[in-house]
Design a protein around this ligand. Structure first.
Ligand code: NAD
Length: 397
């Protein structure tokens, strides 16, 4: 059993006890409705592919597709379970799903990536669709991949179906603001949190500078927060006066690492490791990369007053208990729900044949995120994670 699934089970156990779930209700959060596991061919090679449809009681299954060498069934199961909780926390009429391929997309050419993405759809197209299961991107995937997938889905089914996937490119029916949505949503949560607790200097460290981490850093800086450290898989950079996020992003978009990008802009800063980033003396720590990065090994060293979980499952259940004493954790199932919320907005626009402005999307997103934050906040006597799970249990059962 992998660590992420173990962590998921521990959190469900805790939630089941706190919410007095029946055995049947608990089982619904442990046993997915359907598991699809298959080979995805690419030339003479084959890659392991997955789609887990975890729980569809509140609407069509919804969740991203991850292309990463560590993808396995346990990980996809946990991520699809969390999607079930998340869609309930932000109260959108969708269920939980997730999928992916065990592959390193960085090692494929663009042509190979397209072929692999299309072949993935050939394996699952009978089980997905606008009213059944609506995938989106996650780590290692993007709107280009989703565009290929929609095209393949439409070829196979013989009908136009833009609402079959979300986070498409704008020209192919994607929603304005979807690219920024998860990070932007996280910034609304940060804004709401800053009204509740004193975040002193407003200093922030962000682990992961991909879609989510970079967009969050941009949005948080606009709100007046000082982003003093960011990192990617090759390491991080610290600058006490605050990093120029837009400049770092524009260099990183050209293919260099965060360190390479940042050290040319901020000569007075210093390189740090991802381990160092977690222990910095900052007000807010934001994991925005992968699972299980906050563990019993580093939890004691964490000094941040608040942790905003933009990655899914970044904190192990044991570390969560240690941190409860000193840091306020805004859990993934609330903090990163901006992505699925705007995916839902995209699905609605596609179904109604509408196209909303970015301003309208962000206004609706802000309202949703802040309302959900308040609904969780009032239940927080045992911390925000337990509160979010309790709210989801009420809505699911
Ligand atoms: P991405 O592929 O765009 O970016 C991932 C980033 O993490 C990259 O900068 C990568 O270098 C970095 N990274 C990978 N391993 C690392 C390590 N060991 N240490 C430091 N950095 C590392 O992915 P993303 O879409 O930004 O997703 C990031 C997280 O947010 C994931 O947990 C994902 O499930 C979650 N999430 C994404 C969305 C979305 O809309 N994309 C929505 C909700 C949650």
């Amino acid at each position: 059993m992998n660590k992420t699934w173990q962590n998921y089970l521990k959190l469900i156990d805790r939630a089941a006890q706190k919410s007095n779930l029946t055995d049947k209700q608990k089982r619904d959060l442990i046993e997915p409705d359907r598991i699809l596991e298959f080979e995805v061919p690419l030339g003479d090679k084959k890659y392991r592919g997955f789609r887990v449809q975890f729980n569809g009681t509140r609407g069509p299954y919804k969740g991203g597709l991850r292309f990463h060498p560590q993808v396995d069934l346990d990980e996809v199961k946990a991520l699809s379970g969390w999607m079930t909780i998340k869609t309930a926390v932000v109260d959108i009429p969708m269920g939980g799903g997730k999928g992916g391929i065990e592959v390193d997309p960085k090692k494929l050419t663009k042509k190979e990536l397209e072929e692999l993405s299309r072949n993935f759809v050939r394996e699952i197209y009978k089980h997905i669709g606008p009213d059944k299961d609506v995938p989106a991107p996650d780590v290692g995937t993007n709107s280009q991949i989703i565009d290929w997938m929609v095209d393949e889905y439409e070829k196979l089914t013989g009908k136009k179906a833009p609402a079959s996937f979300t986070a498409k490119s704008i020209k192919n029916g994607g929603s304005k603001g979807r690219l920024e949505a998860t990070g932007q949503g996280g910034s609304y949560v940060l804004e709401a949190l800053a009204k509740k607790i004193d975040l002193k200097e407003g200093t922030v460290a962000v682990q992961g500078f991909g879609n989510v981490g970079a967009q969050f850093a941009l949005a948080a800086k606009k709100l007046g927060f000082k982003i003093v450290a960011v990192s990617d898989s090759s390491g991080g950079y610290y600058f006490k006066d605050g990093l120029d996020i837009a400049k770092i992003k524009s260099r990183k978009d050209k293919g260099v690492s965060v360190i390479e990008a940042a050290k040319k802009i901020h000569e007075g800063g210093r390189e740090i490791t991802n381990d160092d980033l977690f222990t910095l003396n900052v007000d807010v720590l934001v994991p925005a990369a992968l699972e299980n990065v906050i563990t019993t090994d580093n939890a004691k060293e964490i000094k941040a007053k608040a942790i905003i979980e933009l990655a899914n499952g970044p904190t192990t259940a044991k570390a969560d208990q240690i941190l409860k004493e000193k840091s306020l954790i805004v859990p993934d199932v609330l903090a990163n729900a901006g992505g699925v919320t705007v995916s839902y907005f995209e699905w609605v626009q596609n179904k109604k044949g509408e196209s909303w402005s970015k301003k309208e999307v962000f206004e609706k997103l802000e309202e949703k995120m802040k309302k959900s934050f308040e609904e969780v906040w009032v239940k927080k006597e045992n911390g925000l994670r337990d509160a979010a799970y309790a709210l989801a249990m009420e809505r699911l059962f």
